[in-house]
Write a new protein. Structure first.
Ligand code: 13P
Length: 264
């Protein structure tokens, strides 16, 4: 069975005190729920928090004894080390106890001009240093309006991620984030999400094999919130979510986590 994951991408938000408050509220909710879920033979999905770089060690320390809660970085550099002022290497992220890294988020593709070749190099660094890449793909609105969305997503995956062999790809997580849905309050309908997730899974099956396709977690991201999460997650090919705005509100984020528990 593939992993169910709810990930929170905090982006460039929260002061330290706010971040601490968010994490401690989340921790209380997880503690409270864990035992009662266990008594019903259920468990929480994997939770991955993506704070800004300065907070990573703090969040790692807080959840260090929590099985199923891990921490990641929102970005890494594409080189191992060197004279890259202001950048952070995958190795550094790994050594402070994080386990995941987001690569190819649309905000980095558009605002920082990150192209497919660069993203492929970043995924290489992630794997080399034992980090799980959470590789984002997704179309802008005109692509969808022109019925190019499948081709755009296929291109992003083939160029940025599918350089991996099947054993390497098994370590990656894919996040489908339609750009028109990110931070806009416009969510993909459950049907649109399922259609794209099934397409991505078939792409993996065709490029690699069905066994790997069945194993890989594909997350949905884009205005996913406490109200719509259950519908989105009810799709057979949606294995969880990469949550932006709603991950900054512990009650909402926890509702989203619970929505995935109920997927069964
Ligand atoms: P929102 O949930 O705020 O739309 O952001 C999604 C996202 O970009 C997660 O990486």
């Amino acid at each position: 069975m593939r992993k169910k994951i709810v990930a929170g991408n905090w982006k460039m938000n929260l002061g330290l005190e706010e971040a601490k408050a968010l994490v401690s509220e989340l921790k209380v909710k997880i503690d409270h729920q864990k035992d009662s879920l266990q008594s019903h033979g259920q468990k929480l999905p994997e939770v991955v928090l993506f704070p800004a770089f300065p907070y990573i060690t703090r969040v790692v320390d807080i959840f260090t004894t929590y099985e199923g809660v891990s921490v990641g970085a929102q970005n890494c550099h594409h080189e191992e080390e060197g004279a890259f002022t202001g950048e952070v290497a995958a190795r550094m992220i790994k050594t402070v106890g994080a386990s995941h890294v987001i690569i190819g988020h649309s905000e980095r593709r558009s605002q920082f001009r990150e192209d497919d070749q660069l993203l492929a190099a970043k995924t290489k660094q992630a794997l080399k240093n034992g980090l799980t890449p959470v590789f984002c793909c997704g179309e802008v609105l005109p692509d969808r309006e022109n019925n190019q969305h499948f081709q755009v997503v296929a291109d992003q995956l083939q160029k940025g991620l599918f350089w991996m062999d099947d054993q390497q790809l098994a370590h990656a997580v894919i996040a489908y984030e339609p750009v028109w849905a990110i931070g806009t309050g416009k969510t993909a309908s459950p049907g649109q999400a399922q259609e794209m997730h099934a397409y991505i899974r078939k792409l993996i099956a065709d490029s690699y094999n069905q066994e790997l396709a069945d194993k890989m977690s594909i997350l949905y991201g884009g205005s996913c919130n406490a109200k719509n999460a259950a519908d989105l997650f009810s799709n057979p090919d949606v294995d969880g979510g990469l949550i932006g705005g709603a991950s900054l509100k512990p009650a909402d984020f926890f509702e989203i986590i619970l929505a995935l528990v109920n997927k069964g």
